[in-house]
Design a protein around this ligand. Structure first.
Ligand code: HEC
Ligand code: HEC
Ligand code: HEC
Ligand code: HEC
Length: 159
């Protein structure tokens, strides 16, 4: 038993390391860590609370713009949400009150985003070579400004 002292010393160092590890971990690891997986669960609620959703879908617009919503849903743009063209509801209304004017983009670039002819687009999707289309249909101007609105109603675009 002459080496027992050495063994005990080694053991106590190990024990000390274990205690430091357990205390350190308890102090440093956040409370909700590991509740449902290897992440801090409280973070989910913190992120959600700090970033209220801005988009609310077309139903939110129908509350106040009912007539327009009906017109849109009867036309070719029925499946295009108001917010895609105008902007998120959250910048325009809050708690049922208008807080700021909604943006209205009248430029041809809005339409071009979806209808400019691009090789990769499915053939079935209505698309035009912009300059050529505007020219062929006899617009009063070239491809500029709000030329598309000369003939098309954005809320019911089929002629
Ligand atoms: C709480 C009611 C309310 C809701 C919800 C609402 N609006 Fe409005 N909106 C208004 C009012 C009021 C006006 C101002 C009417 C006016 O002066 O012509 C307006 C004006 C507008 C305008 C015209 C801006 C301009 O410069 O002429 C647009 C575009 C618009 N809203 C789009 C939307 C869209 C898109 C949504 C859904 C994301 C929406 N609104 C949701 C009440 C609402
Ligand atoms: C394809 C894009 C597009 C979609 C989808 C769309 N809008 Fe518009 N909206 C426009 C454009 C462009 C104008 C400007 C029209 C003009 O000046 O002739 C406009 C104008 C408006 C105006 C201003 C009224 C006026 O004529 O001055 C309101 C209000 C409005 N939109 C509400 C809506 C609502 C509500 C929806 C969904 C139900 C919607 N829009 C969907 C493109 C769109
Ligand atoms: C976010 C994408 C998007 C934007 C922006 C957009 N459109 Fe459309 N448009 C569509 C979709 C989707 C359809 C329906 C296509 C279908 O039925 O296959 C459509 C249909 C149409 C049609 C009917 C084509 C047909 O013969 O069936 C016309 C015309 C049209 N859009 C013109 C416009 C004009 C003008 C603008 C700009 C004011 C515009 N669009 C903005 C997505 C868009
Ligand atoms: C001078 C009138 C006029 C102007 C300006 C105009 N269009 Fe048209 N557009 C038409 C007519 C008419 C049709 C339907 C006849 C046809 O299919 O050729 C049409 C059809 C379309 C279609 C459906 C094509 C298809 O294959 O079904 C799309 C998409 C379209 N236009 C987008 C636009 C866009 C985007 C602009 C602006 C860059 C625009 N138009 C400007 C008159 C016009």
């Amino acid at each position: 038993m002459e080496h027992a002292r050495h063994v005990l010393r080694a053991l106590s160092v190990l024990l000390l390391a274990l205690v430091v590890f357990v205390l350190g971990r308890t102090a440093l690891v956040p409370k909700s860590y590991g509740l449902y997986g290897p992440y801090r669960h409280d973070n989910v609620a913190e992120q959600a609370g700090a970033r209220p959703p801005l988009h609310r879908g077309a139903v939110a617009c129908a509350e106040c713009h009912g007539e327009r919503a009906t017109a849109v849903s009867a036309g070719a743009h029925a499946r295009v949400s108001c917010e895609v063209c105008h902007g998120p509801a959250g910048r325009h209304v809050s708690g049922g009150e208008v807080i700021a004017a909604m943006s209205v983009d009248r430029s041809f670039t809005l339409c071009a985003r979806c209808h400019r002819r691009i090789l990769g687009r499915p053939d079935k999707f209505p698309q035009v070579v912009l300059e050529q289309h505007v020219h062929e249909q006899g617009a009063s101007s070239g491809l500029e400004g709000k030329v598309c609105l000369e003939c098309h109603d954005p809320h019911s675009p089929r002629l």
